[in-house]
Ligand binder design. Structure first.
Ligand code: FAD
Ligand code: HEM
Length: 346
């Protein structure tokens, strides 16, 4: 109803959106839920909304659109709520929307960096049937922090922006490495794994996310990563190496089976070079697990206790992140020590 009202009252906004809108619909709702859930942590909310506002420039969103979107949203909510939509509630929602929209709009207007970077694919290697490592190069390096993610658009799927996490720390040559898993029925991921080519030009949006190395903390680290959720961990490990850090890192690296752990040799080599890094492979299926632990990441990590003295970062599919956060909270890990990006918790 919201989008119907928006496109009816402001038809020019329809062209900003892709034809198939399932993904945007769920992201918009998730963003609102995330703001509501974290509204009592104003600093985090403001960082999130400023990033989102800067990111919206790449869609062609202008300051004037915030008003028409807010009107359509409130009218749709009033329509759906019926008699439960009181003036008091309307007032509260109007305030909430204005709070969100003002931060996003101001961040977009004051940003001097580009809305998008053009990146040329320099390397494409299919490591597994459903997984590829892709390197893209920009003429000016994208100023992301290790652990952040970027949203990308590929020429094969115009206007379908998707988030990917760089697997390296920012590089002065402007090279960003991505690890991409093709999900069944996935529009963009399958095209990247099967059809992207060296020479393709991708558009990349500004950095987002707060899953960076907590620089204000000296605590040791725990990384719990599944599949391509390894990427932000690799970027952070590279930063730790570059800064000669001595913080201890425990890395639980999970996959469906041993063959799925595509980067295990690279991690083992890193751990031999840097004794502060301990890698624990985890597989869900027990046939020939080798030295891997068997179980879900949530089960295996919490078997070791609460890890209360560590900063913990969790990265992977929404289901994996949700299960791991729950298991760790139950094991006694303080919430304040657990870090993950909002959308990855689904
Ligand atoms: C912060 C963040 C960082 C990310 N980093 C990476 C990364 O480094 N590498 C990477 O490969 N992906 C990453 N993703 C996931 C990526 O953004 C896409 O969601 C994923 O590639 C699917 O896009 P698609 O267009 O192929 O699928 P869509 O066409 O959007 O979806 C097709 C179907 O697949 C389902 N689906 C979507 N995502 C998944 C999933 N992860 N597992 C199972 N089913 C799914 C959908 O519900 C839908 O039914 C990240 C996501 C977020 C939010
Ligand atoms: C309260 C204000 C808003 C919130 C919380 C919000 C939230 C979001 C989120 C979370 C995404 C997905 C981001 C991504 O995948 O990179 C998104 C995408 C998008 N938003 Fe917004 N948005 C807001 C306002 C607006 C406005 C005013 C417009 C202008 C019409 C707009 C247009 C779009 C478009 C075109 C997309 C891309 C859709 C797609 O890729 O499927 N948004 N928005």
């Amino acid at each position: 109803m919201f989008y119907g009202l928006l496109f009816y009252t402001a038809p020019e906004t329809r062209d900003l959106f892709p034809v198939a809108m399932g993904v945007q619909r769920s992201r918009f709702l998730q963003a609102l839920i995330h703001v509501l859930q974290t509204v009592d942590r104003p600093d985090d909310v403001a960082i999130f909304l400023r990033q989102l506002g800067r990111d919206h420039r790449k869609f062609g969103v202008l300051a004037k659109h915030y008003e028409v979107v807010g009107d359509a949203l409130l009218r749709a909510m009033a329509e759906v709520s019926g008699p439960r939509w009181t003036p008091q509630i309307e007032h509260a929602w109007r305030d909430a929307y204005d709070f969100v929209a003002t931060i996003m709009r101001d961040a977009a207007e004051s940003e001097r960096g580009p809305a998008v970077w053009m990146a040329r694919i320099t390397h494409h290697q299919r490591l597994l049937d459903d997984l590829a490592v892709v390197r893209a190069q920009t003429s000016v390096p994208i100023p992301y922090a290790p652990g952040q993610y970027l949203s990308i658009e590929i020429p094969q799927r115009p206007r379908m922006w998707r988030s990917l996490s760089p697997a390296n720390a920012p590089d002065s040559d402007g090279i960003v490495e991505f690890h991409v898993r093709a999900v069944p029925e996935g529009w963009v991921s399958r095209a990247i794994v099967a059809h992207s080519n060296v020479g393709d030009v991708w558009r990349i949006g500004p950095p987002m996310g707060q899953l960076t190395l907590a620089p204000q903390s000296e605590r040791d680290l725990l990384m719990v990563v599944g599949g391509t959720g390894l990427s932000p961990a690799l970027a952070i490990l590279e930063e730790l190496v570059n800064t000669r850090s001595t913080r201890r890192v425990g890395l639980f690296y999970g996959g469906r089976d041993v063959a799925d752990l595509y980067a295990i040799d690279r991690l083992r080599a890193l751990s031999r070079q840097h004794p502060w890094l301990t890698v624990i492979p985890v597989v869900e299926h027990g046939d020939e697990p080798g030295d891997a632990e068997v179980g879900t990441l949530a089960e295996v990590v919490s078997r070791y206790g609460a890890w209360a003295d560590r900063e913990t970062m969790i990265s992977g599919s929404p289901d994996m992140v949700r299960a791991t956060v729950s298991a760790m909270l139950e094991a006694g890990t303080p919430l304040i020590r657990i870090h993950y990006d909002p959308f990855t918790a689904g």
